[in-house]
Write a protein that binds this ligand. Sequence first.
Ligand SMILES: C[S@@+](CC[C@H](N)C(=O)[O-])C[C@H]1O[C@@H](n2cnc3c(N)ncnc32)[C@H](O)[C@@H]1O
Length: 226
Amino acid sequence: MKRVKNVELTGELRRYMIEHGAVPDAVGHELIARTHALGEIAEMQIPPEQGSLLTLLTQLVDARLVVEVGTFTGYSTLCLARGMAPGGRVITCDVSSEWTDMAREAWQRAGVSDRIDLRLGPAAQTLMSLPHESGVDLAFIDADKIGYIDYWEQLVPRLRPGGLIVADNVFYGGAAADPEAKGNAAAIRAFNDHVTADARVEQVMLPIADGVTLARKIKTAPRRTP
Ligand SMILES: C[S@@+](CC[C@H](N)C(=O)[O-])C[C@H]1O[C@@H](n2cnc3c(N)ncnc32)[C@H](O)[C@@H]1O
């Protein structure tokens, strides 16, 4: 029988994983607790291991400009801002002033407010307002699933060559693999197919949290076949 090389992420193993590289700092810890107190909606927040990944990726691409679609209570924004060099900027988009008020407080306490530019309003409009030559180093997509393809199409031209798009929830709880998927799961399936067919990027899907796609904009134009 063919061996499948993967490991079930039990609660114990996940705790071990977090202890070895993803322990949130005091402000992150408090923000996670305050978000959990909101109830079921807290599920929207990325987990600490994904937060550490975002910080590391931001450092790896030496990000000066990050664009985030989906702020919520600001934990992912905090993780992105933590990875930025001084003078860097995170433009983060959301429609909710209620949730982002909590985010603003946490950013203030963490001392990263100066590098975060919160844009309230539909993300499609915010992205459209950014110049094409913005030179975005890293973008994180984590908002309404139906909008993912539009966000992607707005972001790829604004990304610098070698820049990275990180897309969240690409497994959609496992439903993305179901050909009969409906609603948000079907939107994520369409997005995943869209990314796979896009010759402007090279990408990998990671089984972290609810599935994360990393897509790097290729530096040279794809070679045309004669
Ligand atoms: C999954 S949550 C983001 C979670 C956040 N990245 C975190 O880790 O805490 C999705 C967010 O997208 C926002 N959102 C939904 N539709 C939007 C739209 N059309 N434009 C901008 N933001 C939107 C919601 O208000 C919500 O805060």
